[in-house]
Design a protein around this ligand. Structure first.
Ligand code: GDP
Length: 139
């Protein structure tokens, strides 16, 4: 397996619910290292740019409203097969369909407000990490 980096976001619902610590502890327990991390409030423009691939979807406005509704934690996670492993730890987009003990089953309330984001491919991981971090901010 290759060592990869992937972008994780703890979304506003999980920050408000005070689950930052539990989510980071879970990543570390699963062997994913935090290579970079920042708490920040996304602007509308930043949220729209991040989710640009979804701009034609009916839920795009709602998604950007949600992602700007409070602070988020953006992180670069590093480890063996980190992209797929983070997606497995997160669970399905809709928490109703998520496996037991996944982050979305544990912490998400709905398909829209679903606690965490994770890059879904190497190309997305590269784009998304560069969207939030300069290389000097990662170690
Ligand atoms: P992900 O890769 O599992 O995050 O899922 P997608 O790439 O399909 O969707 C991106 C994000 O858009 C999801 O994590 C949700 O926050 C949001 N989203 C997806 N489907 C819906 C929907 O039907 N309604 C709303 N409000 N948001 C959605």
């Amino acid at each position: 397996m290759a060592i990869e980096r992937t972008l994780s976001i703890i979304k506003p619902d999980a920050v408000k619910g005070q689950h930052i610590g539990q989510i980071i502890a879970r990543f570390e327990a699963e062997g994913l290292r935090i290579a970079g991390a920042r708490l920040c409030q996304l602007s509308r423009r930043e949220a729209e740019g991040f989710y640009a691939e979804h701009s034609a979807r009916g839920f795009f406005g709602e998604l950007c409203d949600f992602m700007t509704s409070g602070p988020v934690v953006v992180m670069a996670l590093e480890g063996d097969d980190a992209i797929a492993r983070n997606r497995a730890i997160m669970g399905a987009t809709n928490p109703a369909n998520a496996e037991p003990n996944t982050l979305r089953k544990l912490y998400a309330a709905s398909v829209g407000e679903n606690a965490v984001h994770g890059s879904d491919s190497p190309a997305a991981a590269a784009r998304e990490i560069a969207y939030f971090f300069r290389s000097i901010e990662l170690s």
